[in-house]
Design a protein around this ligand. Sequence first.
Ligand code: SF4
Length: 366
Amino acid sequence: MATLAEVLEERTAVAAPELVETIDRNRLRCYACGHECPIPDGAAGVCRVRFNRGGVLRVPYGYVGGVQCDPIEKKPFFHAHPGALAYSFGMLGCDLHCSYCQNWVTSQALRDPQAVAPPRDVSPEALADDAVRLRARLVVSTYNEPLITSEWAVAVFKAARARGLLTAFVSNGNGTPQVLDYLRPWIDFYKVDLKSFDDRHYRQLGGRLEPILDTVRRLHDTGIWLEIVTLLIPGFNDSVDEIDRLTRFVAGVSRDIPWHVTAFHKDYRMTDPENTTPEMLVRAAAVAQQNGIRYVYAGNVPGSVGSLENTYCHQCHAVLIERHGYHVRRYRLTAGGQCPECAASIPGRWATEFGGQITERPFLPR
Ligand code: SF4
């Protein structure tokens, strides 16, 4: 029987020329993520899904490891088409190896024999048609790290755009200037998972802090709508000092970038830390607000964090969107994305009208 690696090796295409460079006769450099791996002939990069075969970089193409329909609030995007249905697809593999990963079945499929998610062959057009059939407003590359499968994401996004859909990445943000330039024409929204503000912590997860900070700055400069999430893990990244430095950085890029601080639940291999309590989230949120971030949200504990699930006008503090978990209870923005009380423009990408929420919980396409 073929191994998963052998099965995936057959589901590849040639890398986008923007994302590869020849170093010398034997090696290529990949620019799809911040590792910028030099890859000798016959070898794969750190992600194990992009490999050099005879001087050609082959990359994942033509399959999905999973598809699910989510409320856009689950990604989470709170300032982009509230209530919309997000048709979410993922491939396999990741460039990091976080022991607390909540998508480990798809992200660690090539590293961990217990993480098995067989690929399903599909075309970009079939995925986009399915998204339309289910009344999705956007398609999202997620579950595994989408940067390492950027060519496939762009193919799906082109088909989605041709059908009038929006597009998004849910990503660890370990990018390069090359991959962000390559993606820019095809992406509307980008969520960066800013896991820590300590380079040593990032090295434990298999990465570095600086490429993630660069990605945040570049995404903001390009005008792609950006929201940032930090999973608060007791004893790992929850010190006041670290949250203070992290949220100062976000506010320094722009006070209008929404920051979501979400609760850790014991998962995968990280079972030592306690679960994050609502009080811990509220404390971290207060630090972010003191540092000037205008839109701060606390997630993963619906109904336990008071007003931190809602959106308030940064100018007059009127309630604009009321939520409970992923459920949008009330929506008050004007057609132009303004506060109905004081007419302040609210940063985000808003629909001209709120058409109701399609779903408040994930479901599998039928
Ligand atoms: S995507 Fe990242 S980890 Fe994978 S080969 Fe390219 S640079 Fe290396």
